[in-house]
Ligand binder design. Sequence first.
Ligand code: SF4
Length: 331
Amino acid sequence: MTTPLIRIKGLETHYPLGQRLFGPAPVLRALAGIDLDIPAGSFFGLVGESGSGKTTLGRAILKAAPITSGSVAYDDGQSAFDIGTMDARQERTYRSRAQLIFQDPYAALSPRMTVRDIIAEPLEVMGLTSSRAETDDRVREIAKKCRLNLEHLRRFPHAFSGGQRQRISIARALVSGPKFVVADESVAALDVSIQADILNLLKALQNDLSLTLLFISHDLSVVAHSCDTVAVMYLGRLVEVAPSRTLFARPRHPYTRALLSAIPTLDPDAPPRMQRLTGEIPSPADPPPGCRFHTRCPFAQARCRQEVPQLAPTQDGGQVACHFWKDLPDA
Ligand code: SF4
């Protein structure tokens, strides 16, 4: 089994929701007890609806969201960090090892900086190069890997299309030589044809630079062909984790099935959809008791309203959090 680069145990992230005169202040439990290993060298998908906590999880791993309790550990064989207890010096080092590719390539790049300066900024802020010539060499090297034309380094972001801007964002994220990258909805703002181009680029960079990628998306069809493993989140909890092929061929959790059912198909002979999601995702400030999915689950029973299902191993290498997954009809 591959060694985990990231190991998460019992992770909780809470945000206070105002104050009360009497009694404890209400909190929003954005993450409610996450246990997850992300293997080194994997292209790991994290999927769920808006409000599921997937972005908070990505940010907690990068120490950009609070770790209220539990632990997040990083170990690449050369450096190891306990993310929740790092001191300032360790945090600086960790920033060069773990990076974020932003969602919106239009908002992420300063319009007043040239492409060269945008890509070079992390090197200068982290003090990773000792001369302008060294910085320029590193910028050119990563720009080429990200399939950017070197002549474009002198231009400003407004001169580029969405796909080119996202390649600039990727180059900026990779210039410090990270081992771990969170790509948060990094293709959501792009046309479908450009999405495939960026996904192929990320896959090539993952192999070329031995990266571990956490690819966050609300869209299962986007992760279908890229990710080795997929984790599905619902309302602050993981409900299913499985190798990609297994998850798409044999989804175990009713929520995963519903997400798969929502993927459009152009095949007129395709069988009718198994399951459609009805209603909105409940508020994480007031989640349902027991299984958090029970208010929308067509298979819910009395036990589901009282007892929280824990992730348990399946016989095909995955994990699922559902009391009745063995009894559900085939998807
Ligand atoms: Fe549905 Fe119950 Fe399984 Fe939750 S535990 S997914 S409510 S069957």
